[in-house]
Design a protein around this ligand. Structure first.
Ligand code: NAD
Ligand code: IPM
Ligand code: MN
Length: 369
């Protein structure tokens, strides 16, 4: 099979690859190899176009999200992103930052729902700092609102005063709660909305809107409200109590870094950022990891699982998506993993282990070379 032969039943898909900064380039290299192999195997033409974002884009063009990158992303079926940011661009007096590129991309494309699944492989209970008995049955999905809240409210920035307005409209809350409740309906039928309603006006609006949505559209899905400070505690004391979490932008950011340690490493969590259509942005939740960049030890599994989510949500190839998940699971079962998980493999070797197992899964070794 050849990736270049157009399949009349599948006219081809355009993927924009955004390696970004730090270990972003190391993990996206593995993502590209995996998706190219899968495309060959399923006879789907993938047109992969690499573009600049983040600090490397600022160095080259002056902008964290160059026009050319945004234009390519608008035309794409899916976007794969590594990470942005790093100490060389972190001057608090600078007027541009790499992270602005990612935030602008999410906003411009209307990717309001960020899905971050957290599932523990039993073998990784020892890689987590928590005692194994607290981890049994950890399998949750965090749906983080991604284009609102204090990330995008009006900002004032001076040397004596600064402010970040946190705003939400009913519509912004409604659409992400609907998405999360839909997911809960397909899972264990339980939704936890996390907020700070004892202090924040926006949180009280989240409660009203969530109650309305659940009563009107999801009478069959149970739901509860939980304050974010208590939630941070329950995530480490009783993580298995959660099924689907929905929460505003900043809380979702913080709680998912915390939740990543339930499953062993920051390098494990994938994410899908979705909007109204099929276009999605797929990235691991971790950053550019300046402390390990260039060492070849970054865990690629969160990135590769994000490729799996891309096949599922944007390309409609559910079997391919499921296989990626299973194969990563098998690699972990066999100790084929990077040092953060207690293994000895390099990033490239862990990526190669995944591709080898993909090839063995069906009789399709040719595709993965
Ligand atoms: P980080 O996520 O980059 O790193 C936190 C810790 O986790 C580090 O010890 C790192 O080595 C480890 N880690 C992260 N990914 C790993 C992987 N794949 N394998 C093994 N270990 C891994 O967070 P940070 O150090 O606070 O941030 C560094 C930069 O990344 C900052 O500029 C920040 O803004 C940016 N950032 C970007 C994204 C993104 O692009 N989506 C996400 C988070 C942080
Ligand atoms: C993430 C990151 C980003 C965020 C930063 C880099 C802007 O931490 O994707 O989790 O806060 O959303
Ligand atoms: Mn984050």
């Amino acid at each position: 099979m050849n990736a270049k032969i157009p399949n009349p039943e599948n006219p081809g898909k355009k993927i924009v690859l955004l390696p970004g900064d730090g270990i972003g380039a190391e993990v996206t290299a593995e993502a590209e190899l995996l998706m190219t192999g899968l495309a060959r195997e399923y006879n789907v033409t993938l047109d992969v176009q690499t573009e600049l974002i983040g600090g490397v884009a600022m160095d080259e063009t002056g902008e964290p999200l160059p026009e050319k990158t945004l234009a390519a992303c608008r035309q794409a079926d899916a976007i794969i992103l590594g990470a942005v940011g790093g100490p060389q661009w972190a001057d608090p007096n600078a007027d541009k930052r790499p992270e602005q590129g990612l935030l602008q991309l999410r906003k411009e494309l209307g990717l309001y729902a960020n899905l971050r699944p957290v599932r523990l492989h039993p073998k990784l209970a020892n890689a987590s700092p928590l005692k194994p008995e607290y981890l049994e049955g950890v399998d949750l999905m965090v749906v983080r609102e991604l284009t609102g809240g204090s990330y995008f409210g009006e900002k004032q920035e001076g040397d004596e005063f600064a402010s970040d307005a946190c705003t939400y409209t009913r519509e912004e809350i409604e659409r992400v709660v609907i998405r999360a409740a839909d997911i809960a309906r397909e899972r264990c039928g339980m939704l936890t909305m996390i907020d700070k309603a004892n202090v924040l006006a926006t949180s009280r609006l989240w409660r009203k809107v969530t109650a309305d949505v659940m009563t009107e559209l999801f009478p069959d899905v149970r739901y509860e409200f939980m304050l974010v400070d208590a939630a941070a505690m329950y995530i480490v004391s009783n993580p298995a109590r959660f099924d689907v979490i929905v929460t505003e932008n900043m809380f979702g950011d913080i709680l998912t870094d915390e939740a990543s340690m339930l499953v062993g490493s920051m390098g494990m969590l994938p994410s899908a950022s979705l909007g109204a259509g099929k276009l999605g942005l797929y990235e691991p939740i971790h950053g550019s990891a300046p402390d390990i960049v260039g060492q070849g030890i970054a865990n690629p599994f969160g990135m590769l699982a994000s490729v799996g989510m891309m096949f599922d949500y944007s390309l409609g190839m559910k079997e391919a998506a499921r296989r990626i998940e299973l194969v990563i699971w098998n690699c972990i079962s066999n100790g084929e993993c990077t040092p953060d998980l207690g293994g000895t493999l390099t990033t490239a070797a862990a990526g190669a282990a995944v591709r080898k197992r993909m090839g063995e899964y069906y009789l399709s070794r040719v595709a993965y070379g």
